[in-house]
Design a protein around this ligand. Sequence first.
Ligand SMILES: NC(=O)c1ccc[n+]([C@@H]2O[C@H](COP(=O)([O-])OP(=O)(O)OC[C@H]3O[C@@H](n4cnc5c(N)ncnc54)[C@H](OP(=O)(O)O)[C@@H]3O)[C@@H](O)[C@H]2O)c1
Length: 250
Amino acid sequence: MKIVVIGGTGLIGSKLVQTLRERGHDALAASPKTGVNTFTREGLAQAMDGAAVVVDVANAPVWEDKAVLDFFETSGRNLLAAEAAAGVRHHVALSIVGSERLPGNGYFRAKVAQENLIKASGIPHTILRATQFFEFVGGIAQAATVGGEIRLSPALIQPIASDDVVAALAEVTLAPPVNGTLEVAGPEAIPLDELVRRLLQATKDTRKVVPDIHARYFGDVLNDQSLTPGRNPRLGAIRFEDWLSRQTAR
Ligand SMILES: NC(=O)c1ccc[n+]([C@@H]2O[C@H](COP(=O)([O-])OP(=O)(O)OC[C@H]3O[C@@H](n4cnc5c(N)ncnc54)[C@H](OP(=O)(O)O)[C@@H]3O)[C@@H](O)[C@H]2O)c1
């Protein structure tokens, strides 16, 4: 089966392409680097030719509020129109758990806009919402750093290894469309400040993590429901500690 992976050169996309190929599918890694651009439509119609399923795991190059919304809306419209013209039977997209609960951040608003376009498209679809990737925890620390101090909410977060996201995404891609939204999260919920503290400890980073219930996470104050899944999520198997030991052993 021909499966087009938009963003197929990225963190998730490259692993997904490999997994789908190992399972015998004709997976095309589509991205600007391979001549396919959903924002400008370059190479898009050709990429769709003969595709049964399209998985969108692209990410915006710029995360400023207006630019990121423009990226996900324009790319989403272009991609869904190209899929409709080519008769694609299943659109799969990777989104983020709790996006609608964090309206203070332009990135989350853009992901909600992307989801809404998919739901209105009439194309059979599955939206898989994942929690924050382990690989993103360093970025959370960076964004919250002021001087040598990182002020973070102790609200729960249930992050996931990118390998577990890819496994869930591959399963969803090869299953019939659910015309709805599924969630996937890591195996354990951890207070956000503690999660970052564990990363810093393992990487011998001397910055100090200060718990603060008022600290904003990319614009929003958190509670224990903000970054954790709802009922019956799929759960990844890889624990943060195990992932950390593997990273630091490299
Ligand atoms: N980070 C998290 O914690 C998290 C959590 C849940 C969901 N997500 C979602 O997961 C998805 C994948 O994230 P990631 O970390 O794997 O992204 P990434 O590593 O930054 O990769 C982004 C991909 O998007 C492609 N891309 C950029 N502009 C494009 C365009 N105009 N047309 C087509 N492709 C384009 C890039 O292609 P080039 O290599 O050619 O530039 C690259 O393949 C995102 O949609 C994100 O919202 C992330």
